[in-house]
Design a protein around this ligand. Structure first.
Ligand code: EPZ
Length: 430
């Protein structure tokens, strides 16, 4: 099992380039199989979740070429099966996007119930409600969702909760149904907009993505296209908070600053300087940070995927901060680990009350999920002494070359897999 070993206390300084967004690339790769012509996707993040999804579309027969680690060419004309294999897909939540894609294209899909990060119960009732509304019959049998339609038609769908996955999934399937579909109370995240832009590049007719009403006119077929994935706002935000925690000075490049506004606002509130460029943001933290309150909300609110990272920073800020998680019920599993590093955090229901401490100390901690793992790395970078983060397989699901990018910013971090390597690292950096 791989781990990160970190020597903390070094301010991060320099520039870091941000990859394409994992949570946009996952639906876009799935949607690409809906065309029978070649689709080229650029700015793809080279992370585990993406690679698992690419393998599983290959297994159902899609033609896949990977000319380089950030580009994939997909042609869905060779697909032979609408049944996705459990072994290949069980690890990732985004397997559900293959339901919308296959159903839209072939009116038939069999996809095992999704896995993914354990951050709450994560129902998919809204996805299924949408598929049923546009004419599919959906059943769950032996752990697999089976959706079939004789003919799919437009429908007026009101989402009971704001769901990124359900909005995109319904958008995909409905873009090939006959007639007009309206999704009300849709998610507005940048990756919803990116997925809609991609579908439109293949010939779909989708309007309103990025607002809470999306209108889709079904089209009979898609064509090929070349499309570049939007930058990852969560990866960007993670480096912005790593700069803040280490009292650093970091320019985060290849971003869309507008997508980062909720994150930027919090950094300014806690005492950082943030300078926005056209496609970059610079974060400078020169003094001890101050407390704040934060509540996770659907976009444009503060993202749940940035909740553990801000909590790691606030554990070092002056005063008492309150962090409320309103999207997923099980997203405080990193708190016990941060406590082992000296943080003073109490969780009550969906709220964490954080009394800032002047210093964290390195410890052996375990990454409970993707973003929580990133937060523990941030804490380790700021802490005095050595931190070992176990179970980094979660982090590798969503951060491309995390240790390489942090090392370029001056961090002392290494990916290791034995106690011997940990000792060697500790000796080498003193
Ligand atoms: C996506 O998950 C992301 N995953 C998550 O990122 C992210 O945390 C989340 O959106 C919120 O932004 C991917 O894109 C693969 P939702 P998703 O449907 O689509 C409830 C990461 O770290 N809900 O927007 O599964 C649900 O329980 C991951 O990169 C229903 O009740 O999230 C939650 O409370 C973790 N019924 C809320 O809606 C449904 O049918 C929002 O979930 C669907 C969702």
């Amino acid at each position: 099992m791989e781990q990160y070993v970190i020597k903390g206390g070094i301010p991060l300084v320099g520039e870091v380039g941000i990859a394409g967004a994992k949570n946009a690339a996952l639906p876009i790769i799935s949607a690409a199989i809906m065309s029978d012509e070649m689709v080229t996707l650029e700015n793809l993040p080279d992370v585990n979740d993406i690679n698992v999804l690419i393998e599983s579309i290959e297994k159902i027969g899609a033609h896949v070429e990977r000319p380089d680690r950030h580009t994939v060419r997909i042609n869905g004309s060779t697909i032979q099966s609408c049944a996705v294999d459990y072994e290949s897909i069980k690890k990732i939540r985004a397997s559900y996007y293959l339901l919308g894609a296959l159903l839209g294209k072939y009116q038939e899909a069999e996809v095992p119930l999704p896995g993914g990060c354990n951050i709450g119960s994560r129902p998919i009732d809204q996805h299924l409600k949408g598929f049923r509304a546009i004419g599919a019959e959906v059943n769950i049998s032996h752990g697999t969702i089976i959706a079939r339609a004789k003919k799919m038609h437009g429908a007026h769908i009101f989402m009971d909760v704001v769901s990124v996955g359900a909005t995109i999934n319904i958008m995909m399937a409905a873009s090939r149904a006959e007639g007009r579909t309206i999704i009300e109370n849709a998610a507005k995240e940048p990756h919803v907009v990116d997925a809609a832009n991609f579908l439109n590049s293949m010939g779909a007719d989708i309007k309103g993505a990025g607002t809470d009403v999306i209108r889709i006119n079904g089209v009979p077929k898609f064509h090929g296209c070349v499309y570049s994935i939007v930058p990852d706002m969560i990866e960007a935000g993670t480096y912005m908070f790593a700069a803040a925690a280490t009292k650093g000075d970091v320019i985060v490049k290849n971003v869309i600053p507008k997508h980062l506004e909720a994150i930027t606002a919090k950094l300014i509130e806690i005492g950082c300087e943030v300078e926005e460029g056209d496609d970059s943001v610079r974060v400078v933290a020169s003094k001890r940070l101050m407390r704040t309150h934060v509540k996770t909300m659907p976009y444009p609110g503060y993202p749940t995927d940035m909740q553990p990272q801000i909590a790691a920073v606030l554990s070092l800020a002056q005063g008492t901060s309150i962090v409320t998680e309103s999207i997923f019920e099980n997203r405080f599993k990193y708190v016990d680990e941060l406590t082992r590093m000296g943080a003073n955090i109490k969780v009550e229901g969906n709220t964490a009350i954080i009394d800032g401490v002047p210093q964290l100390t390195g410890a052996r901690v375990s990454s409970p999920d993707l973003r929580a793992g990133a937060a523990l790395v941030i804490a380790g970078l700021a802490a005095e002494g050595f931190t070992v983060v176990d179970d980094i397989v979660y982090i590798q699901r969503g951060y491309e070359d995390f240790e390489g990018k942090l090392s370029n910013l001056g961090a002392e971090i290494r990916r290791v897999s034995t106690e011997d390597e940990i000792r060697k690292f500790e000796l080498s950096v003193g």
